[in-house]
Design a protein around this ligand. Structure first.
Ligand code: 13P
Length: 251
């Protein structure tokens, strides 16, 4: 029996789009998911917060989940510009990305901060997608596995289990660059993450480990077939319905 976790194909729209764009993209994917009937993957869309209403409306009854791109670690309070995990849940989200390298870089988020966000997400009933990944300098120095596994252990809240957390490996140098690690390198890192979560996350074999960083229709099949790769976190290519759908079809 195939005991691998069901793949998750997640689109991170980052700071792109408008209500009209969201309605068109989510509407088109909703049609595809519904028309396909049975799908062998879960699909997730993570639009910018102001576009969640129109995205959700366009998803309609289709089996597509909604997610946030970040949340605050506090339940509420004087944090201008921030969004709580509870607000995301209230808006219809079931996932939230935390610790994306763009947030780690732009907002100085440390593993401790990311862990606080992930814990807040779980308290609100959301599954955090905890992002980890090495820089090019770290890879060149042979430190990729050490950096990534230390981020995983440092960012995952105590008491997490397979159903309440997702990990995304996104090498910083592969994001938006068109470059990806070799298949062997992706498998090495994902295998190391799988080992690192043993004893840290409950039911480690069932935790979904996503790969992210220049996933396209053209490389999705090879990447998604790799051992311990249980889906993809897609940036640029998730902004085009046909291409994102082609990635999902590669599962
Ligand atoms: P790209 O797919 O554009 O490289 O972005 C990956 C990413 O950062 C997803 O979170």
């Amino acid at each position: 029996m195939d005991n691998t976790p069901r793949p998750l194909i997640a689109g991170n729209w980052k700071m792109h789009g408008s209500n009209a764009f969201a309605a068109e993209l989510a509407g088109s994917l909703s049609d595809k998911v519904s028309n396909a009937g049975h799908n062998s993957f879960d699909m997730l869309l993570c639009p910018p917060a102001p576009l969640m209403g129109s995205t959700l409306a366009a998803i309609g009854a289709a089996s597509i989940a909604l997610g946030g791109q970040d949340c605050h670690s506090a339940e509420q309070g004087a944090h201008t510009g921030d969004i709580s995990a509870g607000m995301l849940a209230d808006a219809g989200c079931s996932y939230v990305i935390v610790g994306h390298s763009e947030r780690r870089a732009d907002h100085g988020e440390t593993d401790d901060v990311v862990m606080g966000k992930a814990a807040a997400a779980q308290t609100a009933g959301l599954a955090p997608i905890v992002c980890v990944g090495e820089t090019l300098d770290q890879r060149d120095a042979g430190e990729a596995i050490e950096v990534v596994t230390s981020q995983v252990v440092g960012s995952v809240p105590d008491g997490s289990s397979a159903g309440t957390i997702v990990i995304a490996y996104e090498p910083v140098w592969a994001i938006g660059t068109g470059r990806t690690p070799t298949a062997v390198d992706i498998e090495k890192v994902h295998g190391a993450i799988r080992s690192a979560i043993d004893g840290v996350i409950g039911n480690p074999g069932q935790v979904r480990l996503l790969y992210g960083g220049s996933v396209k229709a053209g490389n999705a099949e090879e990447i998604l077939a790799l051992e311990n790769v249980n889906g993809a976190l897609v940036g640029g290519a998730s902004l085009k319905a046909e291409e994102f759908w082609a990635i999902a079809q590669a599962c």
